[in-house]
Design a protein around this ligand. Structure first.
Ligand SMILES: [Zn+2]
Length: 274
């Protein structure tokens, strides 16, 4: 399997900390924490997979690194309300909005520590984030920040506080890069046939960003073109075809995928579609 980052950079392979099974009954712990540089990145790129995780009985939280205030369409307040609406529609346990600065998402210790604080607060097993090679510079910056924060969050000598209390170290087991503008070959494809339609409702919560018949006079952006959402569906359909499913969502892995329960990964084939 071709890796997105060299094996020696895998979070799991470098972890000096023995991970304990998260206590899912504890208030803030989640199975998956999905980061996005902008408020709609998560829903557009991995929303159906997050719904699938929740359907399997796990908690999911989302963290927007910025409010998307430099976007061509929508105001910061509109985008914040849309993000919270998407949270309700999707059913996330929490949605954090960090406001690190749209188009000013710089690699600083302060920004890194804010992300570490979110990771230690929610203590996810799996993290999703923007891919490292992308068209939008914010996506690449977010990817680097989140990768590094996942690693450093496991170092006990990096101290962070939450509500006046020191936080315990925590390193996520897995980091998956979702696919955005560029189209790399995915390492894994998730069958999202059961959640694809619902995921569209999460996307449409960000109504200010997409094409509407009565807003033809608005400036054209990459995602408010009339063809954008049909293109997104076509991509999900094409990825689904590769695994014999109706729809699929692809991901790059940040390290090797360890197979601990063989038959959970290599399941019986689903019956061929008629
Ligand atoms: Zn974005």
């Amino acid at each position: 399997m071709k890796l997105w980052l060299p094996q020696e950079q895998s979070l799991a392979s470098q972890s000096p900390i023995i991970q304990k099974t998260p206590d899912l009954d504890s208030h803030d712990n989640v199975y998956a924490l999905a980061f996005g540089a902008h408020p709609d990145d998560v829903e557009l790129s991995c929303g159906a997979t997050l719904l699938k995780i929740m359907d399997e009985g796990h908690r999911v939280a989302v963290c927007d690194l910025t409010s998307g205030e430099m976007g061509t369409l929508g105001t910061p307040e509109t985008r914040r309300l849309e993000a919270l609406h998407a949270q309700q529609v999707m059913g996330y346990s929490a949605r954090e909005i960090l406001d690190l600065g749209d188009s000013e998402l710089f690699y600083t210790q302060e920004n890194l520590h804010k992300i570490i604080r979110i990771i230690r607060k929610h203590r996810p097993v799996t993290v999703f984030c923007n891919p490292p090679e992308e068209r939008h510079p914010d996506h690449m910056k977010a990817s680097r920040l989140v990768y590094d924060a996942c690693f450093y969050a496991g170092l006990r000598r990096i101290e962070t506080m939450l509500d006046g209390e020191p936080q315990q170290p925590h390193r996520p087991q897995h980091l998956l890069y979702y696919i955005q503008f560029r189209q790399p070959e995915p390492d894994i494809i998730v069958d999202i046939s059961s959640t694809f339609e619902r995921s569209r409702q999460g996307i449409m919560a960000f109504g200010s960003q997409f094409y509407k018949q009565d807003r033809k006079e608005e400036p054209v952006t990459m995602i408010n073109r009339r063809e954008f959402l049909t293109g997104l569906e076509a991509r999900a359909h094409a990825l689904g075809e590769l695994i014999g499913a109706q729809y699929g969502e692809g991901f790059k892995l940040s390290g090797n995928l360890a197979v601990r329960d063989f038959t959970c990964v290599f399941t019986r084939p689903t019956p061929p579609r008629q």
